[in-house]
Write a protein that binds this ligand. Sequence first.
Ligand code: FAD
Length: 345
Amino acid sequence: NAIAKAAEQTTAGMNKADYKDVWVFIEQAEGQVKSVSYELLGEGRKLADAMGQKLAGVLIGEQVEPLAREVFAAGADKVFLVEGPEFKTYSTDGYTAVFTDLIHAYKPSVILLGATNDGRDLGPRVACRVGTGLTADCTNLGIDEETGLVAWTRPAFGGNIMATILCPEHRPQMGTVRPKVFKRPEQDFSRTGELIRAAGRVKSQDIRTKLIELIKVCTAACNLEEAEIIVAGGRGMCKPENFVLIEELANVLGGAVGASRAVIDAGWKPHPHQVGQTGKTVGPKVYFACGISGAIQHVAGMSSSDIVIAINKDADAPIFKVADYGIVGDVMEVLPALIDEFKKV
Ligand code: FAD
């Protein structure tokens, strides 16, 4: 088919030795680099050092040059900067076109993107355009000792096995990585690097979608990726009205509200609150799991939390295996007691 043909053309005659350096797609909004990009810069630095290569950030947007300093401070040696009014907000057409051009011009060996809405949209399109593969939703990265290739690890078969994938035939090696699986590196603002201004070739009329209005559905309560404390509820909350206890505890602690998929499927909470394999991956300092059984798909999204506190009336619930503290009891009794105590602090 046409896609396979395009892929053949782009990889035909490719010399793998020409491909060097590790790139990170820098996501930014409202004048700030997103956490996931910092996490990937930290991990990208380790890969680049292990491969004896340079680390570069790809920064696309409108008037985003000041953010290059942040990217250097987080470990990059180079920043590819593409600026223009047509890149003010993410667009599939615009970002795919300039990213693809950059790859053809500079030939990176490895590209890391966040497994976010934008990264999941951009990564596969760019991979297809340049005729390479992409490992989606990785939860670990390393170097395969035998081949020196990047070893991309991701959950497979509903999280029942972890698959490690290599990309021996094509370049660049590409993958999306879940937010919060890696720690954000310390920034060193004495670091500088090479700023490469790359002209974006895209005309605004080539961008087929237009942002008409931005309606924020997500308040602080569902900003789970950035939250230091998350109070999450599951089916054990028994009915949607009882979720007010989850919200109240989150409110008292200044945290965000999470939920299991059972809660989302039942329509008690919208999808941005879902934690787990098909929801968000979170890594707060404290994660309260209230009336959540601890299914493998839920745990996949919260196991990198520093401290897990589980409340469940079943002492054998699997969630207690990943919990640092466990309370065996009824959420309808334990949560009001916790709320009262925390209100006193
Ligand atoms: P349950 O498993 O029904 O657990 C409810 C718990 O509440 C039980 O342990 C029970 O003992 C306890 N309980 C009941 N009443 C009380 C009470 N009064 N007080 C205290 N405890 C009480 N799930 C996710 O969460 N996130 C995902 O991203 C996700 N992705 C999935 C992807 C795939 C491909 C598949 C197949 C499944 C996925 N799931 C996901 C679903 C997952 O397998 C579980 O079904 C789900 O996590 C269960 O949610 P739960 O723990 O709220 O409900």
